[in-house]
Write a protein that binds this ligand. Structure first.
Ligand code: FES
Length: 207
C-alpha cells in the first residue's frame, strides 16, 4: 500500500482566535497533523490576496486562513473583508486550473481548540488526497508555480485593488456576507481584469 501524500500547508492565523486555539490545542495535547506551517496575523482582514498565491508559488500544496467567527472580529469587519480576498483567490485558482479546495478560510474562536483541530485534520486529509500541487490538476508543477507567482504579482496591481475595494464597499452596503454573494460581487468587479491574467496580457494589471 502506498503511503498517503504528506502535503505542505501554509496557515495564516488570526492572533485573537485561531492562533490561540492552535496554542490551546497544543497545551491540551490534542493531536493534529503536523503539516501546518503558521504565520500569525493580527486579523484576517490583514490578509492580502497575493499572500496565498505567493505561498502556493513558493512550495505549499494548500493554504489555510483561520479567523474569528463572523461578528466576532476584534477589528469589527476584518473577517468579512478577508472573505472578499478569499473570493479573489478562489476565482484566480479556478482560472489557473487549480482545485479551489487547496484554499480554505474558516473560523474557530480562541476557546475552540478542538474545533480548530477538527478543521485542520479534515483540511490536511483533503490536501493529502489532492496530492502535490499541479499533479491532481494535470499541470506541470514548475510552470504552475511560475503562473501563481505572476498571479500574486497581478493581485497587487491597481486594477485588482480597485475591483476588490468596490466589491467590499458593495458588500458592506448590502450587509449580505454570504460567501456566494461575496463571490458574485468579486466576480462582477474583477472579471475583466482577471481575464487579462489568464490571457497573459497586462502584466501587473496596472492598465
Ligand atoms: S481579529 Fe480575528 S479575524 Fe479579525
Amino acid at each position: 500500500m502506498t503511503e498517503p501524500y504528506n502535503p505542505k500547508i501554509l496557515g495564516f492565523l488570526c492572533n485573537w482566535c485561531c492562533y490561540t486555539a492552535a496554542d490551546s490545542a497544543g497545551v491540551g495535547r490534542y493531536q493534529y497533523p503536523p503539516n501546518l506551517r503558521v504565520i500569525r496575523i493580527m486579523c484576517t482582514g490583514r490578509l492580502d490576496p497575493s499572500f496565498p498565491l505567493e505561498g502556493l508559488a513558493g512550495g505549499a500544496d494548500a493554504i489555510f486562513v483561520g479567523g474569528c467567527h463572523p461578528g466576532e472580529c476584534h477589528y469589527q469587519d476584518g473577517n468579512y473583508h478577508a472573505l472578499v480576498s478569499a473570493a479573489l483567490v478562489h476565482e484566480t485558482l479556478a482560472r489557473l486550473g487549480v482545485n479551489r479546495e487547496r484554499f480554505l478560510i474558516d473560523w474557530a474562536s480562541a476557546a475552540e481548540g478542538p474545533n480548530f483541530v477538527k478543521i485542520i485534520t479534515r483540511f490536511t486529509k483533503r490536501a493529502a488526497e489532492l496530492g502535490p500541487l499541479g499533479e491532481n490538476e494535470g499541470l506541470d508543477p514548475a510552470a504552475l508555480r511560475q503562473r501563481l507567482a505572476e498571479a500574486a504579482e497581478f493581485a497587487r496591481g491597481r486594477k485588482i485593488r480597485t475591483g476588490l475595494l468596490n466589491a467590499a464597499k458593495e458588500m458592506m452596503k448590502g450587509g449580505d456576507f454570504k460567501r456566494d454573494t461575496i463571490a458574485s460581487l468579486v466576480h462582477a468587479k474583477c472579471d475583466k481584469t482577471l481575464a487579462e491574467l489568464v490571457g497573459g496580457g497586462a502584466g501587473r494589471g496596472e492598465g
